[in-house]
Design a protein around this ligand. Sequence first.
Ligand code: ADP
Ligand code: MG
Ligand code: MG
Length: 903
Amino acid sequence: MNNNQYVYFFGDGKAEGSAQMKNLLGGKGANLAEMSNIGFPVPPGFTVTTEVCTYYYQNQKKYPEVLKKQVEDGVQKVESILGSKFTDPENPLLFSVRSGARLSMPGMMETVLNIGLTTKTIPGLIKKTNNERFVYDSYRRLISMYSDVVMEKAAGIEPEEGQGIRSQIERLLEGVKERRGYTNDTDLTAEDLKELTENMKIKVKDVLGKEFPDDPYGQLWGGISAVFQSWNGKRAVSYRRIEGIPGEWGTAVNVQAMVFGNTGEKSATGVAFTRDPGTGQNYFYGEWLINAQGEDVVAGIRTPYAVNLKSKQDNNRQFPSLEELFPKTYIELEGYRNKLEEHYRDMQDIEFTVEEGKLWMLQTRVGKRNGIAATRMAVEMQKEGLISKEEALSRVKPDQLDELLHPMVDPKAETVNHPIAKGLPAGPGGAVGKIVFTADMAEELGTKGEKVVLVRDETSPEDVHGMKPAQAILTSKGGMTSHAALVARGWGKCCIVGCGDLSIDMANKTACFGDKIYKEGDWISLNGTKGLIYEGQIPLVTIDPERNEYYKEILSWADEIRKLKVRTNADTPSDSAAAISFGAEGIGLCRTEHMFFGDRIWAMREMIMAEDIEGRKKALAKLLPMQRQDFYDILKVMQHRPVTIRLLDPPLHEFVPNEPESQKEMAERLGMSVEAVKQKVESLHEFNPMLGHRGCRLGVTYPEITEMQARAIIEAAAQCAVEGIEVNPEIMIPLTGTKTEFDNQKEVVDRVAKEVIAEKGVNVNYLVGTMIEIPRATLVADKIAEKAEFFSYGTNDLTQMTFGYSRDDAGKFLYDYYENKILPSDPFQTIDQEGVGQLIIMGVEKGRKTRPNLKIGICGEHGGDPESVKFCHRTGLDYVSCSPFRVPIARLAAAQAVIEESK
Ligand code: ADP
Ligand code: MG
Ligand code: MG
């Protein structure tokens, strides 16, 4: 029997559904049922299930046969509770039709209120309420909502900007207000509204070619169909694609008896949050309007009043609060607020209406909140005994912590400014700067201390010098894995990519956002957390996480339960120190190649140009003291914490110049012919450098490089030991594919270490291990582990080589891959568990079979991605390593992994 139940009733203190039935009833319907069950005053009604939506699309947009009867029974039930009748000319009942998917979804049909008003029922309702103004006010709302969402949108009509039926109708209303000299909608009289509704209906006929429906059931079924129709509307479909919501879910429809906040001065409507969603503070926060209906409060047609004294803001301080004006109603509402928090044990976002002094509850749902509020609420609710520590930890999304670590656009300023464009939120935080179009300009102005935003179609490695000094980067092309996005994320810099509304005219140095044109030097502001772009200078606010007690508390709880250690990728003492303050427990990847640029490039080039081993050793001897100092400085900052240092990895051609000018300079400085330089550069050229002479392959050809680096590390550690500082360097051989490669390099390192230790006469603890980034290495991990003392998965290269995609080129096709559902997400951002993940698991199993306590971690971009961190936990890794700014995110994700596992 239940299989054929398509309609679930709620109201009068009971309901057939409950909060647990979101899949069937949608979020709104499930919570209306729940509120009815706990005895809140909810206007009675019924929910048409999501199964009907699925049926509708599987059966050429037809309904199950029994639906008609079930809906009519539902209407009757409401009628008998309220003692009025839908379609009754004497005492008519009106309904709202409300959409409601499992998750709230912009792009779905909007609500239609006041269904059932017709030329026959209007006189009856006027007589019953003795309030002609209210009835025509309701009617004009019905006409404008219904013609918009049912007759136009659901019918697939796409009018030009500003020519939609709703705008046309609203212009009629504005016209009346103007002619009569009114400022507010509430100034319109019954007569005005009566005339207006007549004109509105004429307009509907004119524009849409159809009469406005004048029978209640016609309106009701029109509304229901429009909701189902909107599920596959263009906006809803694209929203689902972005959010990964499956089309099979379907939406439910709620049909609910109307209650009226627009009957006069004793009626009102409002929205509220059980806590402040902007700060997380524990007080009842909300807004309301007297004599208003539906979305008047959020639509901003009048300045809403505050629900209580505490909620008052600068713009509504002079208006009375509900607390002051209707104290009895307020106390009742506050009672529901407390009950809702107790019942749902989370912050709720509610809608209410007051009709002639009687309070009605219209909606509740878990309220959206920013990272700052999420953190505070989670901690405070735990302290109040509402939730456990584990629940508190689960309430904060790891990525939300980002908001606490970067300056951000002042949320208050964002509510009054409209964005000029939207792109992909590639780098969180806020930034303000002058538009510049070239990396050179960004560098020139940026290094002078001017604030600039680098605006480009896309960026490439040649732009990096201008990206660093820019406040933010904005590109019209590219996705979340584009060069700009990756570079910005690594630095924790604000960045928006793929802004389709942006077109750049490099010849005239202008940027157009839609029809707005900006010149070089004009100010813009970016909200990189949301991908929004604003004109001018919007104030930024910075929050020092160290001064945020809630942030510190939640992370301390995370540290109590997580099993994974969290390290950082850092190449300098200052990055290392920053990472420690974010909670890093070591360095998982210290790259050494950056250390060969600047002035040192000349010693490096001398080494590359050397004709024999003697020449190379001479050049390397110049690099040794500099490298030793590098490592000494980092080890000293990190102290006892493990520091994984990767030996030279990139191919040598990266250190020699390609341009004739620079080749000439190089020849002069090194005292050799330009021809010799040119020849060397050409001989270093590779067709596919990613798979070329790099990593341990360099060390095999030139063991003296490995020797120099090993010596620098061990001497630095020995110096620390002499100074009484305990340090733990871990020397990492890159790009190992065979056991023999690894053993070859380890032999070199151990030999040098033995020498140094003997020379210095102090003991140095060090490990020699390998990066696991070549698929073959995972297959022979048991053999490699015979000598390797640790593994660190280099998941960037492992992903490149497992898929056979070059990360730098994959941008060209990855987007098509998501579109066609070939890949669910970017494998360079979140570990591909199905494929790459299997290699990781195999490597762990094989490695630990040989060496049960083998230390294993990961050091790719993935180390800071919450989903990947959770995967690492499940796979039994010892640590993840990520950029300093992502350390707190990884700490929280690691704790959530433990919690999710125990469920
Ligand atoms: P949304 O999903 O956009 O919030 P809702 O279905 O909640 O849409 O409705 C939009 C507005 O109409 C809300 O302010 C809601 O409170 C109001 N509303 C919905 N149903 C009724 C009703 N039966 N009586 C009075 N107001 C209603
Ligand atoms: Mg809405
Ligand atoms: Mg709502």
